[in-house]
Design a protein around this ligand. Structure first.
Ligand code: ACO
Length: 326
């Protein structure tokens, strides 16, 4: 059997800002209630970055933990891909700011913008380097300060999002070309720009010249979510050569508990295999999958050698799924 190079996750890390904002606190700002938010979304609280905390600061904290878990240092890193929709600055890329703050040597560093699907997209992009022998130690990070994009008068959106960052270290390892190999085994990435109006930010440097606020037709996004994600999950599983039912853990983007459960049911994944952090983290966009993975690894549920299914959907619309063996 021919050996193949695989991108293997060798370390995972997460970081949440200290400031916890409960549903009850938000009910003082907009006309809502803890009960409504919990029933419709599963969210109980979210984190909010301090005024002097930028996306790169959250990314750096998560990256340090991932490097430590992998037994690597910043000096080993030759590729940084940051998935973010809330960069520190319009440019340079948040990834190069992370590179400077971590003290990594000259290498490759850039951002990926696919909103909530950003982490799955970023993993696929990084795989293109690592599995072709073009990077030896890659940091793939999802880092977001979504609370900065909120219109605090819009109860339909401001209760849904939170801040945080998660990171993984990817390193090349030789595999047998079998589904038993460790590493990234399959992907399905999708985008449909005709659905832009369902979820977007109404500002930007080349249009309004302002940052803008997040706008969403939540019930429309919800409607697309379950169907679209399910198709991508089947395609990623086929790409990996495994049946969906064989995954040990389902680690979805954390937007809404009802979406998580709806997708799991539709693709035949048992409830106890779903890692959910939506109650504590809310929707942290590109950070939500690596944060949930970090939680699963640190609390001892997710173990090396297990088969994981990741999926996400976000603004664009974009969506996608990834199957990997830890
Ligand atoms: N508190 C109280 N009432 C509210 C709130 C709130 N926070 N928000 C909306 N409502 C009201 C609405 O005004 C509406 O009232 P009306 O019937 O009098 O007009 C009613 O609740 C129902 O509104 P819907 O939007 O239809 O409610 P729905 O059950 O669809 O839940 C939600 C809304 C939670 C946003 C849901 O649609 C959802 O989770 N959608 C998906 C979001 C998502 O997955 N986003 C994807 C990724 S995000 C990214 O990429 C950046």
């Amino acid at each position: 059997m021919t050996k193949v190079l695989r991108s293997v996750v060798t370390g995972v890390g997460g970081y949440l800002p200290e400031n916890v904002v409960t549903n009850a606190e938000l009910a003082k700002v907009v006309e809502t209630s803890d009960e409504w938010i919990r029933e419709r979304t599963g969210i109980r609280e979210r984190r909010k970055a301090a005024d002097d905390e930028a996306a790169s600061d959250l990314a750096v904290a998560a990256a340090r933990r991932a490097l430590e878990a992998a037994g690597r240092t910043a000096l080993d890193v030759d590729l940084i891909v940051v998935a973010t929709t809330t960069p520190d600055l319009t440019f340079p890329a948040t990834a190069t700011i992370v590179q400077r703050k971590l003290g990594c040597p000259v290498g490759v560093a850039f951002d990926v913008q696919a909103v909530c699907s950003g982490f799955v997209y970023a993993l696929s992009v990084a795989d293109g380097f690592v599995a072709r022998g073009r990077a030896k130690c890659a940091l793939v990070i999802g880092a977001e300060t979504m609370t900065r994009l909120m219109d605090w008068t819009d109860r339909g959106t401001c209760v849904l999002f939170g801040d945080g960052a998660g990171a993984v270290v990817l390193e090349p390892q030789e595999g047998e070309g079998e589904v038993t190999d460790r590493g990234l085994l399959g992907f399905a990435l999708r985008a449909d720009g005709t659905k832009q109006d369902l979820l977007y930010v109404d500002g930007g440097p080349s249009t309004t010249g302002t940052r803008g606020f997040l706008r969403m037709q939540g019930n429309q996004v919800f409607r697309h979510a379950v169907v679209n994600i399910s198709e991508a999950i089947h395609a990623a599983a086929e790409d990996a050569g495994v049946p969906v039912e064989s995954v040990d853990w389902f680690i979805p983007h954390q937007a809404n508990q009802r979406i998580l459960e709806g997708v799991a049911k539709r693709v035949g994944i048992a409830e106890e295999k779903v890692i959910s952090t939506v109650a504590q983290h809310a929707n942290t966009s590109a950070a939500s999958i690596p944060l949930a993975l970090d939680q699963g690894v640190r609390d001892g549920r997710v173990k090396p050698g297990e088969l994981l299914l990741l999926e996400a959907m976000g603004g664009g619309l974009t969506w996608g799924a990834c199957v990997l063996r830890l």
